[in-house]
Design a protein around this ligand. Structure first.
Ligand SMILES: [Zn+2]
Length: 171
């Protein structure tokens, strides 16, 4: 991994003190959907693995498909393609790559979840099985990346803090 890639890599502290890591390429991909002007909202799912130590590594995201509902203030994941990609990743990784949560954009400077967002984050879907015990939700706003985690089987959603950039990695 190059120094430049390392710099863009994002790590967040989960409520259980484990780490959520989003690799640099995924960070770039997410930021490329920022709504700086009159673009429509975007979104997709987060696919990744849970390490033996319980850290979550986001390795792949899905991005909007034609059948998704997209307006300036609305994104609804409607296309079956998201789950097709998830299934394919799950199969080719022998079950290591799983659903970790979802992401979407907001056309505002700050990343604040709407009531609709928190309600949907609290709904459990069948595919939302996570080995880490958490589901991850990301909002990409104009000026920040907001990351939240919900402990499975609870309705407690916690905003995650970014890990200090100079702490050493403990994967
Ligand atoms: Zn939203």
């Amino acid at each position: 991994m190059s120094v430049a890639e390392n710099y863009r890599l994002k790590q967040y502290i989960l409520p259980n003190k484990k780490i959520l890591e989003i690799n640099a390429l995924i960070v770039d991909e997410l930021l490329s959907y920022r709504q700086n002007n009159d673009e429509n909202e975007s979104g997709g799912i987060l696919i990744g693995l849970t390490s033996k130590k319980g850290n979550i590594l986001i390795k792949k995201i899905t991005t909007p498909f034609e059948n998704d509902t997209r307006h300036h203030l609305i994104y609804k994941r409607k296309s079956i393609e998201h789950l097709k990609i998830l299934k394919r990743e799950y199969i080719i990784s022998n079950g290591i790559m799983t659903y970790q949560g979802n992401w979407h954009t907001h056309p505002f400077p700050q990343a604040l979840p709407s009531v609709i967002d928190t309600n949907s984050w609290n709904e459990s879907l069948e595919e939302e099985i996570s080995l880490s015990g958490y589901l991850i939700f990301i909002i990409i706003s104009q000026k920040e990346i907001g990351v939240w985690a919900r402990k499975l089987n609870t309705k407690k959603i916690i905003k995650l803090n970014e890990r200090g950039k100079y702490e050493c990695s403990n994967k």
